[in-house]
Write a protein that binds this ligand. Structure first.
Ligand SMILES: [Zn+2]
Length: 464
């Protein structure tokens, strides 16, 4: 599908904390913004939009966790109990089911205002650890799902080697492993060639899928293996890691290495601006200073951290120390960028007793610019050269009416997202997919129907 050259005229563009009236964005065949004019009237031929925001970057997702939504709240327990249910879901997925579920989940993200997603992916092999016959079958399932709905995907291919520090993988983790750092690096390099060859084979489409990398966590990747990965991975590749989500993870790390997970990463020279630390909920003062001083992005996942009882991470203190804050939907129990922005601010308010810990402009920046930057993508500021990824929201809904435009991010929800544009193409409109292969897969382009069918297929496979 080719992206047409098009011009969008925005009645109001909300960007960098300010609302700018009458903005025309010229978009080229490459899906990038070629020109921007502010304070202008619409011209014949412009596609007219209302209130427009930069598209949101979902910096941390595990698409398949969506299968657990609304199914674990009767189990009590904690993160570790929830993880048992998550592993059971993982075991049922094969490439076909994974693609189907991911297509539906990416569709839900797209209509909710996420124009890019970083998928933290470790379901590499069969549940017993043996490879699928087709190379990269699970990774290509995710890439195919993203192209089918038209969302931008950064596939954060994840190395996962151990079931705990100095412990082998548990049997239920066998499908996540690649045996060694060298094994993972070899598969990653081959996957990059495959993804680049695929993009080269679609010269008339903007490349929606790119490859990033992730270390699962300090508990799942031995220090020597992390050293090999850091030496073997190209310097321009975004790198993510789960960091200090649970107190137990910190205690195990200190017991084994005499250092916190952040200090272990610092010792490896891993704390660089290309690194994104996901969660960073339980930090020492030194951890906080290290992350900030090295401009490591911290990806907070407020809806998940609340759902799993992780705790409230020190987001404001991290931002003050120099760490950009981005946002992620993580387990996808909630897919709503507005609720993540609100969760970030409300967690701070509950913990601190004061309001306005993050300004609405800072929240918008976390959800858009910082999310994109965390994934190695330009974007967020809607200037020439950047991707034409934007969303239109309804400022006159039950939720938003009366709100100042600059404060809409604290009033709207995903239900207020209207048109969604990725790489210059219209891909969703008022909760429906449009213009992509996935849009024609259901009678009305409904992500709910895609999800219903994908979850039913997964339940069937579980019973079978
Ligand atoms: Zn995660």
């Amino acid at each position: 599908m080719t992206t047409p050259a098009v011009s969008y005229w925005c009645e109001v563009l909300l960007v960098d904390g300010a609302s700018v009236p009458g903005v025309r964005l010229g978009v080229g065949f490459d899906g990038r913004i070629h020109s921007r004019e502010d304070h202008v009237r619409p011209e014949p031929g412009d596609v007219r939009l209302g209130t427009v925001l930069p598209g949101f970057g979902n910096a941390h997702s595990h698409a398949f966790h969506r299968a657990l939504r609304g199914r674990t709240h009767d189990q009590g327990g904690d993160f570790w109990r929830w993880r048992e249910s998550m592993y059971a879901a993982a075991h049922t997925l094969d490439p076909a089911l994974y693609r189907r579920l991911a297509t539906a989940v990416f569709a839900e993200m797209l209509v909710s205002g996420y124009t890019a997603v970083g998928e933290f992916h470790y379901l590499h092999h069969r549940a017993d650890g043996t490879p699928y016959p087709q190379a990269h079958a699970m990774e290509l399932a995710l890439a195919g799902a993203a192209r089918e709905v038209g969302i931008r995907l950064v596939l954060l291919d994840t190395i996962y080697l151990a079931g705990g520090i100095h412990r082998p993988l548990l049997p239920e983790q066998a499908g996540f492993g690649d045996g060694s750092a060298a094994g993972w690096l070899g598969r990653w390099a081959a996957l990059r060639e495959t993804i680049e060859a695929d993009a080269a084979g679609r010269p008339h489409e903007p490349a929606l899928v790119t490859l990033g990398a992730a270390l699962h966590s300090v508990r799942a990747v031995p220090v020597e293996s992390m050293r090999e990965i850091l030496a073997g991975l190209p310097a321009d590749v975004p790198l993510h890691i789960h960091l200090s989500e649970q107190p137990q993870e910190n205690a195990d790390c200190v017991a084994a290495y005499g250092a916190t997970p952040t200090e272990v990463l610092a010792g490896l020279g891993a704390l660089r601006p290309r690194l994104s630390a996901v969660h960073a909920t339980h930090l020492s003062d030194d951890d906080l200073r290290l992350l900030g001083a090295n401009a490591v992005t911290v990806v907070m996942c407020p809806s998940t951290e609340a759902d799993l009882g992780d705790g409230i991470g020190p987001a404001r203190a991290l931002a003050a120390a120099g760490a950009p804050i981005a946002l992620g939907s993580d387990q996808n129990a909630v897919v709503d960028p507005f609720l993540e922005m609100r969760g970030l601010e409300m967690g701070e308010r509950l913990a601190s007793g004061s309001r306005g810990r993050f300004t609405p402009a800072e929240l918008l920046q976390a959800a858009s610019t910082n999310g994109y930057a965390s994934l190695g993508l330009p974007g967020g500021v809607l200037v020439p050269g950047g991707p034409a990824d934007l969303i239109e929201i309804d400022p006159q809904s039950l939720r938003t009416i009366g709100a100042h435009v600059e404060q809409l991010v604290l009033a709207a929800t995903a239900a207020d997202v209207r048109r969604v544009i990725v790489a210059g193409r219209l891909v969703a409109d008022r909760g429906r997919l449009v213009g992509t292969p996935a849009a024609t897969a259901t009678p009305d382009g409904s992500p709910a129907l895609l999800l219903r069918d994908a979850l039913a297929a997964l339940d069937d496979a579980n019973r079978g």
